[in-house]
Design a protein around this ligand. Structure first.
Ligand SMILES: NC(=O)c1ccc[n+]([C@@H]2O[C@H](COP(=O)([O-])OP(=O)(O)OC[C@H]3O[C@@H](n4cnc5c(N)ncnc54)[C@H](OP(=O)(O)O)[C@@H]3O)[C@@H](O)[C@H]2O)c1
Length: 433
């Protein structure tokens, strides 16, 4: 444990968007940070891949560490701030070495924690240090602290999240401008909202990494990335978005982790949500997290999910916590207290669903579709057939009553076999959030 009469000393590894943001927060808000920590916090050393790169921030007061390993072993440091990224490789080796050398860890690296969080939390516990990661989930939204501390008295049943700003921006823009996914993605890349390789974002992987951490914290369980079903947004069409709008919904990439007894389901998929509801109102690059607890009831937080300043704000909040001596287990409880649960697939969920079918506009096609649904015990809440295309096809949108998701999946498999059904049907859950 560090001596609170002395400054709390840190090293920062990685000086990109977030790392430089952290330096700027310290330089601009030294007074409030010192007061709230009740002690000075000193950046002793920094390191990035390229020492000579101009970074738009004054680094002249800090030492440049000779290597990541040197920083990890530096006896002067109380904590290291890992802002490099990546689930394996340098960032992981650095964190392991720093933990073994008694340093607390501050990281924004959701990929690393989603895949190796359990082993790292065990190592941290064995070495009496903490791993903090507020910035790893939902950027500037303090959801880790909310779950780990603010809601600690509750049994959490469900956590929902819009956890990727790029996806939410694309879906919002598609609806507002009635443009295709590819078109809006290209614009997002030009404006710097999306990466040159957008697959981590649009395939739902980035959001899934964050959801796994929320689930682990909410239920005090080992993060389990493998059991998470992930579907991205690249197949969402303007037609689905219009159908959603006509029916009173928005389409959002929704992460959900839900516990029922010893069973936990985790899923990341585009869903219909009521357009005037909490999640439906979250537009653009914003993130949001909703929790349901047995005493707290529903909580809902919205904020900037990424970017230099919001993310750095969360990183510095973690550093202040450590400087104050607020050391907590990585997933809220000690490793040996982590609960054992059964990870279930989405087929066990009960929900209403949206189905879209592109069909040949021939007599009897609707009767065939409804027969398939009836056969699998899926009943229809509403049905829209949108006009007739010039090519002799039609677009059919169905909203089911709430039922076992597995039944709807089975019904869709039967519908796909019909010769009058063209293209792969679209199936999305409807979440009333
Ligand atoms: N950007 C966001 O809005 C955001 C939001 C939430 C979480 N995060 C997470 O924050 C972390 C950092 O993201 P970022 O956007 O700041 O990334 P970034 O801009 O790409 O910065 C990465 C930094 O790591 C440095 N680096 C790479 N290899 C290194 C090595 N071997 N030794 C030392 N430094 C090395 C790079 O050095 P050079 O600059 O010299 O190349 C760069 O400064 C990631 O885990 C990311 O997932 C980011």
């Amino acid at each position: 444990m560090s001596d609170s009469t002395k400054p709390f000393r840190i090293g920062i590894a990685g000086l990109g968007t977030v790392g430089c943001g952290v330096v700027k927060v310290f330089q601009r808000n030294t007074d409030v940070i010192t007061t709230r920590s009740s002690r000075d916090i000193e950046i002793i050393s920094v390191i990035a891949a390229n020492k000579n790169q101009e970074r738009g921030v004054d680094l002249s007061k800090y030492e440049w560490a000779s290597s990541l390993s040197d920083m990890a072993q530096d006896k002067r440091l109380d904590a290291v701030v890992e802002m490099i990224g990546g689930s394996d490789g340098q960032a992981k080796d650095f964190i392991i070495e720093a933990i073994k050398n008694g340093k607390h860890i501050v990281t924004a690296n959701k990929a690393l924690l989603a895949h190796h969080g359990f082993e790292l939390s065990k190592l941290a516990e064995d070495n009496n240090v903490s791993i903090t990661y507020e910035a790893a989930v939902a950027g500037g939204i303090p959801i880790i602290k909310t779950l780990r501390e603010g809601l600690a008295a509750n049994k959490i049943t469900t956590v929902y999240g819009i956890l990727n700003g790029t996806c939410n921006y694309i879906l919002s823009k598609m609806r507002e401008t009635e443009r295709s996914f590819d078109d809006v993605l290209k614009e997002a890349q030009e404006k710097g909202f999306a990466e040159a390789d957008p697959s981590f974002d649009v395939d739902g992987i980035d959001a899934a990494h964050k959801l796994v951490l929320l689930g682990a914290l909410a239920f005090g369980v080992k993060p389990d990335f493998k059991s998470l079903e992930i579907e991205g947004i690249s197949h969402v069409t303007m037609r689905d978005i219009k159908h959603a709008d006509d029916l009173g919904y928005r389409i959002k990439l929704i992460g959900m982790v839900q516990r029922d007894g010893d069973s936990v389901v985790q899923t990341m998929a585009p869903c219909f949500v009521p357009k005037n509801g909490a999640m439906g109102s979250v537009e653009g690059a914003y993130n949001a997290v909703m929790t349901q607890g047995d005493f707290s009831d529903e909580t809902f937080i919205v904020g900037q999910g990424a970017g230099e300043e919001p993310t750095a704000s969360s990183v510095v909040a973690d550093i202040i916590d450590l400087a104050k001596g607020n050391y907590l287990p990585t997933f809220g409880v000690k490793v040996k207290e982590l609960d054992k649960v059964e990870w279930q697939g989405t087929e066990t969920l009960n929900c209403q669903c949206y189905i879209h079918l592109h069909v040949k506009d021939v007599p009897g096609v609707i009767a065939d579709i409804t027969a398939c649904l009836k056969d699998k015990n899926v009943s229809i809440d509403s049905f829209i057939q949108k006009g007739h295309e010039e090519d002799g096809t039609a677009s059919v949108a169905i909203i089911t009553h709430s039922t076992h998701f597995k039944k709807v999946q089975n019904a869709i498999n039967s519908v796909r076999e019909l010769s009058s059904v063209l293209d792969k049907p679209t199936l999305m859950r409807i979440e009333d959030i």
